[in-house]
Structures are given as structure tokens and as C-alpha cells.
Design a protein around this ligand. Structure first.
Ligand code: HEM
Length: 180
């Protein structure tokens, strides 16, 4: 996983719990810390840090990973504004992840490990996202989608009826506009 993801996790932990908290988490995870945005680090290192955050906060892993996804969206949107600026509605933005955003990320950074995400519209109010990745970070994807929905000010509900964690070869993430 790219260092930028570790940098954003460090930002989130220090923003919520201070520098001491980050140091504690790093120690508990048994890693050195200190990540360069464009370098690649092992996925296991990220998972160890997330595990240490989960243990420190005593919250379910899914809650922490989803919250991290939402925080990560805000950070990515401010670090790479061009992607969100070029789409003016939520579903067009989500449809552009694979074909535009992650494609550009691949060109910008070498050795990337990105998921495959394809989208299908079901009527005007639902988008079904087919997520595939050996890292099985569908909960992170959900958090990112909630972050995007906040950005575009579109209230949504997410259902996840098909999941790689339940033996499927992919996840179906159904994003429903709720018109609150
Ligand atoms: C709602 C929108 C987005 C979704 C659902 C999404 C989904 C994901 C997921 C789930 C991962 C983890 C890797 C995996 O699952 O295999 C990932 C990685 C990543 N994404 Fe996205 N993404 C979104 C928007 C963005 C944006 C706006 C950027 C900005 C450039 C971005 C850049 C990245 C980068 C740099 C990585 C790390 C790649 C690596 O470590 O090699 N993503 N994305």
C-alpha cells in the first residue's frame, strides 16, 4: 500500500488522539512509522497499524476502517482536487473511479495495488458497484463512498449483499440515494 495511505492514517490518529496516540499505536504494531507518500509498504504493515488502533479504541474493526475511509476521502479530495472538481454529481464521480481516478493514480505512482471497481446504474437512484481486490478492503471502499456522498451533499444508504468476506469472488456495494 502506498505511503500516502499511511500518511492519511497518521493524520487521522493524531488529529483525534494526539501525537502520543500515534506513537503508542506504532509501538503496539511493532513498526517504525515514518512513511513517504510515493513509496510502497507492505499491506500487512498497514493492517498491523489498523489492528493496533482497533485495540486502542476498543471498537469493532469495521467501524474503524469505515471511519478511516470517510476521512481518507476528504484527504484525497484535498490532495488531488482535480478528480472531484471534474465531476459534478455523486454517481458520475463513483463511475469515474476505475476509468479515470485510479487510472491516473497508476500513471502518477509506480507499483500501485488498486482494486477493480465497475458500476451499473439501477434506475435513477441506485448504483451497484462491483468491487474486486485481493486486499478485500470493501469496508474501506464503503467509508470512501460515504465520504464522497458527504462531499456531493447527497444522503445515501449502502447495502452490501454480496461480500468477499462471505466467500464470494467479489463484493456488490449498492449505493441508494435517499432524498432526505
Ligand atoms: C469513493 C471514491 C473511491 C473509492 C471507493 C476508492 C477505493 C479504493 C480502495 C478500496 C482502495 C484500497 C486498495 C484495494 O482495495 O485494493 C484504494 C486505494 C487507493 N486509492 Fe482509491 N478510491 C476512491 C477515490 C480515490 C481518489 C479520489 C483518489 C485520489 C487520487 C484515490 C487514490 C487511491 C490511492 C493512492 C490508493 C492506494 C493505492 C496503493 O496503495 O497502491 N482513490 N481506493
Amino acid at each position: 500500500m502506498k505511503g500516502v495511505v499511511f500518511n492519511i492514517l497518521e493524520d487521522m490518529v493524531t488529529e483525534k488522539g494526539g501525537l502520543m496516540m500515534w506513537q503508542k499505536v506504532i509501538d503496539k504494531a511493532g513498526v517504525e512509522g515514518g512513511y513517504t507518500a510515493v513509496s510502497t509498504y507492505s499491506d500487512d504493515e498497514l493492517f498491523s497499524i489498523v489492528g493496533a488502533v482497533v485495540a486502542e479504541l476498543d471498537l469493532p474493526a469495521e467501524t474503524v476502517i469505515s471511519a478511516f475511509g470517510t476521512y481518507m476521502f476528504g484527504q484525497l479530495a484535498s490532495r488531488y482536487p482535480v478528480f472531484v472538481d471534474s465531476c459534478d454529481d455523486l454517481f458520475s464521480f463513483l463511475e469515474s473511479i476505475d476509468s479515470v481516478i485510479h487510472l491516473e493514480v497508476k500513471k502518477l505512482l509506480t507499483e500501485t495495488n488498486l482494486p477493480s471497481i465497475s458500476c451499473e446504474r439501477v434506475g435513477d437512484d441506485q448504483l451497484v458497484m462491483d468491487y474486486r481486490s485481493p486486499r478485500r478492503l470493501c469496508v474501506l471502499a464503503e467509508g470512501l463512498i460515504y465520504g464522497a456522498a458527504e462531499h456531493y451533499q447527497r444522503p445515501i444508504m449502502i447495502e452490501h449483499p454480496v461480500c468477499m468476506h462471505k466467500g464470494s469472488d467479489h463484493c456488490d456495494i449498492r449505493v441508494q440515494l435517499t432524498h432526505e
